[in-house]
Design a protein around this ligand. Sequence first.
Ligand code: AVJ
Length: 322
Amino acid sequence: SVPHGHLAYFLDLHPDLGDFRADAIEGLGKKQKSISPKYFYDERGSKIFNGITEVKEYYPTRTERQIFLDNAKEITGEIGAGVGVFEYGSGSSEKIEWLVKGLKNPAAYVAMDISRDHLIESASVMAEQLSIPVAAICADFHAPIKFPKGVLKDPEHWLGYFPGSTIGNMLPETAVGFLRRASETLGTGAQFLIGVDQVKDKSVLEAAYDDAEGVTAKFNMNLLVRMQRELGAKINIDDFEHYAFYNEQLSRIEMHLRAKQATKIVIDDHEFSFAKDETLHTENSHKFTDEKFSQLVNQTPWHVEKTWTDPQGWFAACLLSN
Ligand code: AVJ
């Protein structure tokens, strides 16, 4: 059993955490070497990511926060009374406070996260800080979820909350699957408030993913550090460099780890050679226009109800209804 302090409930759906060793070996064996960005977020990686959100060039976090704060009245008005808030990825009280404070009689806050420890920790803090029932569900983004019956009073409707443009990490077809699943989870009459990073000048995008302080580089390089430490991989870390560029065709930032010279990575008895300039693809971060995002949403039971943006149009808060 899991200690859950003041939580209304703690539901553990035992998400598949993935197998770093198997996935690294498989990904390094591909023609375009690749690995899932989910492996960025060990304890050190999560700390470095928090650092990214504070660097000058990384506009998404602070722009989204400003959009929420500037439009809180209108957004919460559009959502209405008595909703249950379901956050994809357990948040911090800063990310949720404006919402819970602005909503009329919110019924509950339920956080979902794949990391059990992180979830229990952050949901417990929320339970102390929010004056509404707080529950937690340990699950994967893509898992179908049935809310436990009879624990919390049924909300008027559910509001999904997915800030940060994390949806941009998904390939378009994966995002469609995710949104369909979310509609099933949240039920009919639901809404979904989602942060969506926008297409913009290439130089702004590329600077956001290659900041002068090198925080993003450190975040990316942390994957190699993790492979060394957790998998006993033999890697000459200095042979690699952070590489981020905007792929205009696919409207996405791609992050790679690029070999500065011919080198290799050895894991167990697997040897993976890199030619000079060959890369390990570590992340995609898709950027959207209103039109492209609507096209994606319209392949699911959702439609875009309303969109708020900042004066530069760099980021959008989209409210969906199903
Ligand atoms: C957490 C996925 C939204 O794509 O902007 C930041 C991750 N990667 N800098 C993003 C990230 C490099 C971030 N998301």
